[in-house]
Design a binder for this molecule. Structure first.
Ligand code: WT7
Length: 650
């Protein structure tokens, strides 16, 4: 569907789903006045939420705002791991399941809060023994195994800064991130399971760390097959051996300042270099904890299953820090949704009695394609809340989720947020908000968001524009690691006092916000953010390529798919073999998720007089539309070239 058709569908959407009285009666947030109260005084709202977090020393001031720099809970002292684990060990949650881990090949490991605490403390001792200090960066390149959250929490306990690199990223991407963060230790695994096959992570890690700041590589035996890699003497150590040597005594939590960094997480932007998004401790913990109670209506009896990988922010916030801070039981699944069969998620829901299920629209569209029979095989009556995240959800997918997974009785929260925002920002409160299929609905209490035009004027209902956040919030990014200027320019360059997320949005007659997608040169493939510039730079790195322009075209399952337009060097032939080679080049440089769906060879790329590539025209071609306005082309003769590529040749 083109963007225009998509908007048309959204505007015609008139189904409404008010919360049931029963849900409302039991909801954590069920007083409608909360919105107005929080809007009047967001700082007071957040101060109230901060009471839910355990502080070693109270903060002296809630907010210092010197745009674009915010400090929340100034001089407060706390520890994120203490909040996620130890405080629950001191009360009735001590023996409650914290993490239920399900392996791809089957099998299950349960960590109670007390057991998790022992592992985290031992891991903290181990990292300390290996020389990790407060403020050091620890890179993490792991499959979805329990050692992953344990590593993050152990870092948090010490005050070391973790930076997780999704295990689907290539060796080169891992290397770039290690170098940017100047990490001194890497935690990785021998390999990871994916659809019954082994992904040789240690081999990629070896390629990535050579000649970097990494002094130690800790290897988790996630698969247990040593045939695919070697260990480098003096650098590589096994997780199990080092854990065996570590003290079993409690590890005293480091008293972190509210503004000390908790983690870095790299995300794509409009240049070739990913940004290290900086999250600090106090504000992040307050933000994520609050959203567990508000958006996910979390209760002690809930079993929370988020299908994201911890390599993305969704997993950081809604597998690790959010649910654990709130004392929940979280389900963590190692593998793929279709292994061994296409009903795996539903089987997991049934097996553990999952109450809250959180996944991405691209997955829902895949389930639709597979057909409802896989869902219907399982008893999903334990579910009481469904969520989506990562990209706009089309109303059809929303309705399918509602009908087949929720059986028409379970509220859906469509949560808009970003790596930068730390937690959900625009989403329904399930006990209060009447939902509309396809709308993220309204900013959460304490979040002041709007849709504005080029001049910053709030658009009238029924219009579209840019999404902005007009007031700082606790879990916002604090800067871009090592590049504060890029932080300022990217997010506060257009409106100095407002945060600019880079998304386009529509405001409807009820003031609901419908997110339409990125306005910048960022593509959202299956809910994963990929910069066009990164893919282009990978392509021009190939000896045959003179120039490349990459766009996201709409795709029925992935939301967007990558199409690359490539001009070759003089004398090079655009063969099928070259197409395959170029696709592989991108996969090697970034990761498989960035592999272009199509490569189209062209003699010329359409550019404006200021040499900016006119991606709009390329999108017209890729999506099979008549070419739009071509009057700003620097070289009108390119039109003929483009028409040859277009299926509309007239
Ligand atoms: C971009 C952020 C937040 C975790 C996953 C992605 C898009 C995210 C929604 C939603 C419409 C959404 C936006 C945003 N996005 N959630 N519910 N409705 N669009 O994190 O990689 O930082 O990407 O994902 O375009 O800017 P991310």
């Amino acid at each position: 569907m083109s963007e225009v058709d998509y908007l048309d569908t959204l505007l015609k959407e008139d189904r409404r789903f008010p919360p049931s009285e029963a849900f409302k009666a039991q909801a954590n947030f069920n007083d409608p006045n909360i919105y107005d109260e929080a809007a009047k005084d967001p700082v007071a709202f957040w101060a109230k939420q901060a009471e839910e977090i355990s502080w070693f020393e109270p903060y002296k001031e809630v907010l210092q705002w010197d745009p674009p720099h915010a400090k929340w809970f100034v001089d407060g002292k706390l520890n994120a791991a203490y909040n996620c684990v130890d405080r629950h060990r001191e009360g009735p949650r001590k023996n409650k399941a914290a993490i239920i881990w399900e392996g791809e090949l089957g099998g299950c490991k349960v960590y109670t809060y007390d057991m998790l605490g022992r592992e985290v403390d031992k891991a903290a001792h181990m990292l300390k023994n290996l020389g990790v200090q407060k403020g050091d960066r620890v890179a993490v390149y792991l499959p979805m195994v329990p050692e992953l959250p344990i590593t993050l929490l152990a870092c948090a306990k010490i005050g070391a800064i973790h930076t997780v690199v999704f295990a689907g990223f290539s060796a080169k991407s891992l290397r770039d991130r290690i170098e940017d963060a100047q990490a001194k230790l890497l935690v990785t695994a021998d390999a990871g399971w994916r659809r019954g096959h082994q992904v040789p992570l240690k081999r990629f890690a070896d390629e990535a760390v050579e000649g970097t700041t990494i002094e130690t590589v800790l290897v988790v035996k996630a698969v247990g097959d040593s045939a695919t890699y070697t260990m480098t003497e003096g650098r590589d150590l096994y997780w199990d051996d080092e854990m065996g040597k570590a003290s079993t005594k409690p590890f005293p939590p480091e008293k972190m300042d509210a503004e000390d960094i908790l983690y870095l997480l790299y995300t794509s932007g409009t240049t070739g270099k990913p940004k290290g998004i900086v999250h600090t401790t106090g504000g992040y913990m307050v933000g994520v904890h609050t959203s567990m109670r508000s958006v996910f209506d979390l209760k002690d009896s809930d079993i929370f299953f988020c299908t994201a990988d911890i390599g993305w922010v969704t997993g950081h916030t809604y597998i690790v820090y959010g649910p654990l801070s709130a004392g929940a039981t979280v389900v963590m699944y190692e593998g793929a949704p279709d292994y061994p069969d296409r009903d795996r998620f539903w089987a997991i829901i049934e097996k553990y009695g999952v109450t809250t299920f959180y996944t991405a629209p691209t997955s829902i569209r895949t389930f639709m394609k597979w057909g409802p029979e896989y869902v219907e095989k399982h008893d999903l009556s334990s579910l009481r809340l469904l969520g989506t995240v990562g990209e706009p959800i089309n109303p059809e997918a929303w309705m399918w989720y509602h009908t087949h997974v929720g059986k028409g009785r379970v509220p859906i929260v469509d949560t808009w947020w970003q790596t930068e925002t730390g937690c959900a920002m625009i989403a329904p409160l399930p006990g209060l908000t009447t939902t509309k299929p396809g709308a993220a609905t309204k900013p959460l209490p304490g979040i002041i968001a709007d849709v504005v035009d080029e001049n910053g004027q709030s658009v009238a209902p029924g219009n579209g524009g840019m999404l902005v956040i007009k007031h700082p919030w606790p879990s916002m990014l604090r800067t871009v690691w090592g590049d504060d200027e890029r932080f300022r320019k990217t997010y506060f360059g257009k409106f100095p006092d407002w945060y600019l997320p880079g998304d386009g949005a529509h405001k409807d007659e009820d003031g609901y916000i419908w997110i339409l997608g990125r306005l910048d040169d960022v593509i959202n493939v299956s809910g994963h953010r990929i910069g066009t510039a990164e893919v282009e730079s990978a392509l021009v790195g190939h000896q045959a390529v003179a120039e490349a322009a990459v766009i996201g075209r709409s795709d029925a399952i992935k939301g967007q798919a990558i199409t690359a337009f490539v001009t070759l060097k003089e004398g090079v032939q655009g063969t099928d073999e070259l197409v395959a080679e170029l696709k592989e080049t991108v996969a090697q440089a970034i990761g498989k998720m960035a592999r272009p769906e199509e490569i189209i060879f062209t003699a010329e790329l359409p550019k404006t007089r200021s040499a900016k590539i006119m991606r709009r025209l390329l999108r017209d071609i890729a999506e099979g539309r008549v070419l739009g306005d071509t009057t700003t082309l620097a070289d009108p003769s390119v039109i003929e070239e483009l028409k040859k590529l277009s299926k509309y040749q007239t």
